[in-house]
Structures are given as C-alpha cells and as structure tokens.
Design a protein around this ligand. Structure first.
Ligand code: MG
Length: 281
C-alpha cells in the first residue's frame, strides 16, 4: 500500500465530515466515516454504502462512533455529554458502540474509532476503574470480529492516555491521533505527545488549530490546515519518525459552510501532497 494515502473525514447523515460525493469530487481514495444514524445502520444500507464507495473507488479505513445528545459547545459540555464516560448514558452507549462496530463489520471495516470521553485522571477513582472495565468490554466485542478500537486524542494529556491504555491492557486498543485536539483542549504540545504515543498511533487526523488564551478552560480555534500551531511539516516528519505510514485523514469541522469546507480541504490536500513530495516518503 502507498505510504500516507490522503483521505478526508466523511459523513452520511450525522457528524461533521463532508458528504461522500464531496469526498469523491476531492479525489481522495480513503475516508474515515462518521457512523450514520441508528436507523441507517441496516444490512441493506450497508450494501448500498458499499456499492456507492466501490463506484467511487474509495475505501473506509475507520468508522467513527458518535451518539445522540453529544455536544461540543464548550469544554465543560464535552465533559458532560461526549463519549462513553457520562454515567447516565454509559451502558446504553456501550451497547450502541458495539452495534456501531457490528455495522462497521458489515462495511468490511476493521477499525472503529471514538471519543471515549473525559477519562478521570486519578487511577484510584472508582469511575476510572469502571471506564477501564468498559473499554475492556468494548475491546472484547471488537476482537471477536477482528477489529481494533482507536481512541481519538483530545481530552487527555499523552501520559494519562498511555497509562489508560496500559491499564486496559488489550492488544486491539490503539490511538487515533488528532494534533489539533491537543491544542483545542489545551492538553499538551501535539508533536511531543505524538512522539510519546509512538507505535500506539494507528490512525491520524490532519487538522489544525490555534491555542486558546486559557488552555483547558476554553476552546482553542480550529483553522484551515497549515494556518495553525501544529506545524504540518514537523507533524509529517514526526509521523515518519514513529513509523506511521497509514492514511492522512483531513478533518475540517465546518459542515455549516459546505462550500468553504470543500475549498479548504482541497487546499489541505495540496499542502499534504507537496509535503509528501518534499519529505520523499
Ligand atoms: Mg479528529
């Protein structure tokens, strides 16, 4: 397989990605797909999506989970609403996440990604142990159908994420690294984090952001690729250094402005292509 095939984050009827036809028009061959809504996750729909993808020559390299009721309005709201962690929805979402993995299986996809939510930072916290057990439960469901689980970075500093992976201790649990999230959530310098996470990183997002005035308290700002604080050339060189050769999946989370989203992703594809050439992968 080609080193660093370019891709985009795509959506069908939920999530912040571009539509499949836009992904196709942009000429990419790989996509991360935000899971469609529950009513669309049927056997028949899976066949239809697969046919559509085959026609356009695109491969899904990861299906991302997401849930009704999640809100990224601000950091405290993310804490309360996102992922498997919030107690009120924990069991129902774990069951739904398994069902999303089953849907990914129908799409012949062996990587399932998600924001697990804000993992408590204290290992002695009873809730921490409960989240470890929940992650083990999800990993067991996935391994039985030959799938890996990729946790999206963002809410945890790299050290805490590594500790969590070690505590879950499952061979099919890895990381989807999103450098912009490290900045948006204010949890650490992305390049330093990437070096620490190293071989645990098995998929990546290419997204950029600028720091907030109060990192960790208020959001940073997501910006077009190359215009933020990540440093795309250093990012790619670090990916090379840690031995990552998989897809580079662009995210630009402005679905409310589809024309601008498409233009900026096209520019991001040009940027990544020129860096790939420069770095000589
Ligand atoms: Mg991301």
């Amino acid at each position: 397989m080609e080193t660093w095939p370019l891709g985009v984050f795509a959506s069908i009827d939920a999530g912040l990605g571009v539509r499949l036809e836009v992904a196709h028009a942009l000429g990419v061959k790989t996509i991360h797909l935000h899971t469609p809504q529950q009513e669309s996750r049927t056997e028949g729909q899976a066949r239809e999506f697969l046919a559509q993808l085959q026609d356009s020559g695109m491969t899904i390299t990861c299906v991302f989970g997401g849930f009704e009721g999640e809100s990224y309005a601000d950091i405290p709201t993310v804490k309360k609403t996102v992922g498997l962690v919030p107690a009120a929805t924990r069991n129902a979402r774990l069951a739904e996440m398994k069902e999303i993995a089953d849907f990914a299986r129908r799409l012949a996809v062996n990587v399932v990604g998600l924001h697990i939510g804000f993992v408590p930072h204290d290992r002695d916290d009873a809730d921490y142990r409960a989240i470890v057990a929940l992650a083990q439960d999800l990993c067991a469901h996935a391994i039985a159908q030959d799938q890996a689980i990729h946790l999206e970075t963002g809410q945890e500093p790299a050290d805490i994420l590594l500790q969590f992976l070690d505590d879950v201790d499952r061979g099919n649990l890895f990381i989807n690294f999103d450098p912009a999230n490290m900045i948006l959530y204010g949890v650490g310098e992305p390049i330093e984090a990437l070096e620490k996470l190293g071989s645990r990183v098995r998929s990546v997002h290419c997204k950029d952001a600028t720091w907030s005035d109060a990192p960790g308290v208020s959001w940073g700002t997501e910006v077009p690729l190359g215009e933020g604080a990540v440093g795309m050339e250093t990012y790619l060189r670090t990916l090379q250094k840690i031995g990552y050769s998989g897809p580079l999946t662009i995210e630009r989370e402005i679905p409310q402005e589809p024309a601008r989203q498409k233009t900026e992703i096209a520019a991001a594809l040009d940027l990544l292509q020129s860096l790939k050439t420069k770095i000589e992968t």
